[in-house]
Write a protein that binds this ligand. Structure first.
Ligand code: T5A
Length: 213
């Protein structure tokens, strides 16, 4: 049957960790591992990964504008959606996305302050009305998420933003989840790993995803 499941959230929320939980869940339901694809955004194709490098690197000689950032995010997403996600789901595969479109609403919309009507217009060109079957927002206090990110090492161009930027992003994720409770679920990502895993499994069990395989 196939599905597109997305993890969203702030820095250091544990999205990459959660991808593995979803993969294990699908396998426990009888989905073959070759029918599960993991993607990350920005990135996930050869061209999109090149765009990711531009987006993440700190360049002291030239600051990326918010407008260019938005367009590059959608250029990368268009490659991934049309080259990977849509064909895979059409073949009955499961795609687990480490970030997708809601990140743009949160980071470029709430974070950078770009108007939503402009974001909607670019999205329409890039990916049309594609929507994930299920989005799980890994919610964590920005201070705690940044502590985890800092422990991992070097900070990228986004991670050096101030805490207010990340507070706006967090509020946006939570507001979007409140507006669309049928397709966007929230996990308290500040819990220990075992509880996080259980919360994700509970969400998958109660969604149509559990009828897979
Ligand atoms: N961006 C992206 C936009 O601005 N707009 C967009 O449209 C898109 C798609 C991507 C950047 O691009 C921005 C957002 C990002 O700033 P990235 O490197 O992919 O850059 O950044 P993140 O997606 O934020 O990845 P991170 O690795 O920072 O966060 P994760 O994946 O949420 O966290 P994870 O799983 O790596 O965990 C972080 C650390 O915490 C530990 C892990 O072991 C790890 O060390 N951890 C826990 N520790 C204790 N308890 C738990 N429950 C834990 N869960 C994880």
């Amino acid at each position: 049957m196939g599905a597109f499941i997305v993890l969203e959230g702030g820095e250091g929320a544990g999205k990459s960790t959660a991808v593995a939980v979803i993969r294990d869940y699908l396998i426990s339901k009888g989905v073959a591992s070759e029918d599960i694809l993991e993607t990350r955004e920005p990135g996930g194709t050869e061209i999109a990964e090149k765009i990711r490098t531009i987006l993440k690197e700190k360049n002291p000689r030239e600051q990326l504008t918010s407008e260019a950032e938005l367009l590059l995010m959608y250029a990368a997403r268009a490659q991934l959606v049309h080259r990977v996600i849509i064909p895979a789901v059409a073949q009955g595969k499961f795609v687990i996305g480490d970030r997708h479109d809601l990140s743009t609403v949160a980071y470029q919309g709430a974070g950078r302050g770009l108007p939503m009507d402009k974001i909607d217009a670019v999205r329409d060109i890039a990916i049309g009305n594609l929507k994930p079957d299920l989005t799980i927002v890994m919610d964590i206090e920005p201070e705690a998420g940044m502590r985890r990110a800092r422990n991992r090492g070097d900070l990228d161009r986004f991670e050096v933003e101030n805490i207010e930027f990340f507070r706006r992003i967090r509020n946006c994720f939570l507001n979007e989840a409140a507006r669309h409770p049928d397709r966007i679920k929230v996990v308290d990502a500040g819990q220990d790993l075992e509880h996080v895993k259980q919360s994700i499994t509970d969400i998958l069990e109660s969604s149509c995803i559990c009828t897979a395989g």
